[in-house]
Design a protein around this ligand. Sequence first.
Ligand SMILES: Cc1ncc(COP(=O)(O)O)c(C=O)c1O
Length: 461
Amino acid sequence: MMKTPIYDFLNKYKSENNIRFHMPGHKGRGPNELKAVSPYDITEISRADFLFDTSNNGIISESEKNASQLFNSALSLYSTEGSTLAIKTMLYLAVRGKSRKILAARNVHKSFINACALIDIDVDWLYTGMALNSVCTINLTSTDLENALSAYKKGELPSAVYITTPDYLGNILNVKSLSNVCKKYDIPLLVDNAHGAYLNFLTENLHPLSLGADICCDSAHKTLPCLTGGAYLHISNNTRDEFKNRAAVKEAMQIFATTSPSYLILESIDLCNRILNDKKYIGRLNQLCKRVKKLKAEIKSIGFKVIDEPCTEPLKLVLLTNELGINGKELLCLLEKHNIFCEYADESAVVLMISPENNEDDFNALLSALKDIKKEANNHSCFYKDNYINIQPAEKKMSIRDALFSKTETVPIDKALGRICASSVSICPPCIPLVISGEVFDRNAINLLKRYSIFSVNVVQ
Ligand SMILES: Cc1ncc(COP(=O)(O)O)c(C=O)c1O
């Protein structure tokens, strides 16, 4: 069984009732309502190591070595502040000492934009392959990337390429072929794999690190049995030596991080490693993928359309609703009436996330709800048809950072035409910015925002 150094330490500390004269204020004893967890919620005391310690010999570094063994990485470092912290760190590492330009596929999560504002990164956007019916998906191919990189003048290439895969709808990019293009130009490939930590444990390993990414982040909490906030920052064995320097990566991470990382979350990542090292769990995970494949077929036979293989991750279930004449958000509400709570819905899709903690009862409840909803839909005539519009290339007038730090005013959306966006506008989830700080609001952007019921925005004064 894989060792759990953080969990073991906390357990021992708890049994010794040792929290007396140091933080936190609850001392592991109160309040009553939190007694199940407060004894494990310690801070950096002697022997407890420190998340950003650059030496290599405490309980956290021991646990991180376990993680790197599991993910076959040079380094797998922990974040208690989600992928959000890992994204800031990887961007900083990529541009340090180089040009602060990154080439990124446009369907980024807003944590990327915030990191760019903090680090003052200039982004060239890739829109090619933006799917017509969703802001979430961009079907970027190696040819698109090759075309984009070959258009740069010598000496002006970006410091990294940044992609999001899997995306919020579960679509997976061909990381291997994209990585080959990056290698040709000697540019690191950074991957937001927030939704794909579990891909490393499938019979066919689909994790970006195993397919050629240089650095990637995994939100362990999204798909693995880990507390919210727990994430990994992985560095590949096959990347530049400067990225593999543990002390340098820790230094980079602590620039953006809290000095009080949660030991509860660290402990849960530590335990998660042990679970991921258990053949039985991995067997269950792979069995579940087969079960979900069958579930998707069952759902299709009821009359719903689902996003299916080959390029979708197995544990996301995405119902496409327009074929039924229903708005996705409407379907989400109908499902909630049946006590089925989903991850996300927009006008044309509903997203459900499945993990090995789900069981047959959950699947049966879902199938039965969908059958009822389908019957109701048959009895009423449903006319909903989404008027698909999508993010279009926008004129950039200021850097993300300058726009975000400028004086702003809030205006109704119809008065925003031609003005510069101050704070990026997104809907959450999926937290993909529709208009980004520094871009000019054009007619398409305004229509897109109205479609998402956004009626006022912040513009540069
Ligand atoms: C694609 C993507 N990237 C990054 C993040 C940020 O992850 P975290 O919440 O772990 O900080 C999210 C969160 O939803 C996401 O969907």
